[in-house]
Ligand binder design. Structure first.
Ligand SMILES: [Zn+2]
Length: 96
């Protein structure tokens, strides 16, 4: 993975697969984060139609320290179950 250094402390990170020196190997002992922008940011808020994104890597030590001080959110999207309303169908109708 290119530019594989922790964005917080600057520590260089080795690839997860020691024998792989290609750019596709994710960094070991770290997590990769991406952002497609944030409305309100004065630095990164591209057009919604843009495919561009930023990517940063944070080493496990820095992420752990941030979590210990409550600066990392775990997001767990909840799937809402909608109810179904049943009624008797009145048969085919003509459409314009
Ligand atoms: Zn770090």
């Amino acid at each position: 993975m290119r530019n594989s250094a922790c964005v917080v402390c600057g520590k260089g990170l080795k690839p997860s697969f020691e024998d792989s020196m290609d750019d596709e190997s994710p960094p070991g002992a770290a997590t990769v984060f991406t952002s497609r922008g944030n409305f309100g940011s004065t630095m990164w808020d591209p057009s919604p139609s843009s495919d561009d994104y930023l990517q940063v890597t944070i080493c496990d030590k820095c992420l752990s320290q941030a979590a210990a001080t409550g600066r990392v959110l775990l997001c767990q999207p909840q799937h809402v179950v909608t109810s179904v309303v049943y009624s008797v169908w009145s048969g085919p109708r003509e459409f314009d």
